[in-house]
Ligand binder design. Structure first.
Ligand SMILES: [Zn+2]
Length: 275
């Protein structure tokens, strides 16, 4: 059972169906107001996403699945020290992948070299399902060795890896989406998984708010680290990075070259017209 994987077609159907449903809901029940044309932003984000998806298909997928098969065969890693039933081992592997992704996310903000790349994801001035796919390809390439280390140290079998990869993609599209859910439903969901309002707080331009809600899947990691915030209404949030609030500075070319050019002072605020 542990050697099985989620079929590729199922992953693709789930991803496309989720994306389509979220875009439909975003049009019907938007959570935050748009400050840029949705079509233009989505086209840009999907262009960034395509380059990233191709990079991962070349640099990660051909190696990480065989690595998980080797982990399974040779019983490498933490979880392989115990003779756990398959369902428990898979559940623990997914939870530990999710927790170590929380740690990686904190690093991408705290380590200036990594922030150069992760910033590309945060400079989007509106957050919707397309933002979930808009990671600079170099950030994803930098995460590949980390992914290999996760698989080896935790002892992740192919089934846990493929379930986590499929579930994570669906979950990150959901929590980046600009969908207004009924507050009671969202509060309930937020006890378990990251929701659009929770992740909106992480994409705020306010430092205290960015430094919260780092989880990508389960909210328990933020809860355990006391970094969970639920107290900021979406209407009070400006999405983006303070140094890049002008839409003309976050066009496709600008965001692709952003990690490789001189970095702005984090407190830099562009001069307003008239001063
Ligand atoms: Zn972030």
């Amino acid at each position: 059972m542990r050697e099985k994987t989620v079929p590729g077609w199922l992953g693709a159907v789930l991803t496309l169906a989720t994306y389509g449903a979220l875009v439909w809901l975003e049009n019907r029940r938007p959570l935050r107001r748009a400050v840029e044309s949705k079509l233009r932003r989505n086209a840009r984000n999907l262009a960034v996403a395509t380059i990233s998806a191709v990079s991962l298909q070349l640099a990660e997928q051909p190696f990480v699945r065989p690595l998980a098969r080797r982990v399974e065969k040779q019983r490498i890693g933490l979880l392989k020290l115990f003779a756990l039933p398959a369902w428990l081992e898979v559940a623990l592997a997914i939870a530990l992948l999710d927790y170590t992704l929380y740690l990686w996310h904190v690093l991408t903000h705290r380590v200036p070299f990594l922030w150069r790349f992760h910033q590309v994801h945060h400079v989007d001035l509106v957050m919707d399902a397309s933002t979930a796919l808009r990671f600079h390809f170099a950030e994803l390439l930098l995460s590949v060795p980390y992914r290999f280390a996760q698989v080896l140290l935790i002892g992740v079998c192919p089934l846990a890896l493929s379930m986590w990869q499929t579930g994570l993609l669906v979950e990150i599209m959901f929590h980046h989406s600009n969908v207004e859910l009924p507050p009671a439903l969202e509060a309930l969901l937020g006890k378990l998984i990251v929701t659009p309002r929770l992740h909106g707080i992480h994409h705020s331009i306010v430092e205290d708010e960015v430094n919260s809600n780092w989880s990508s899947g389960l909210t328990i990691w933020d809860w355990l680290h006391r970094t969970l915030r639920t107290d900021v209404p979406q209407s009070a949030i400006t999405i983006g990075v303070p140094a890049f609030l002008d839409p003309s500075e976050v066009e496709l070319g600008e965001v692709l070259e952003m990690p490789f050019v001189r970095q702005r002072d984090p407190d830099f605020l562009p001069p307003r017209e008239g001063n």
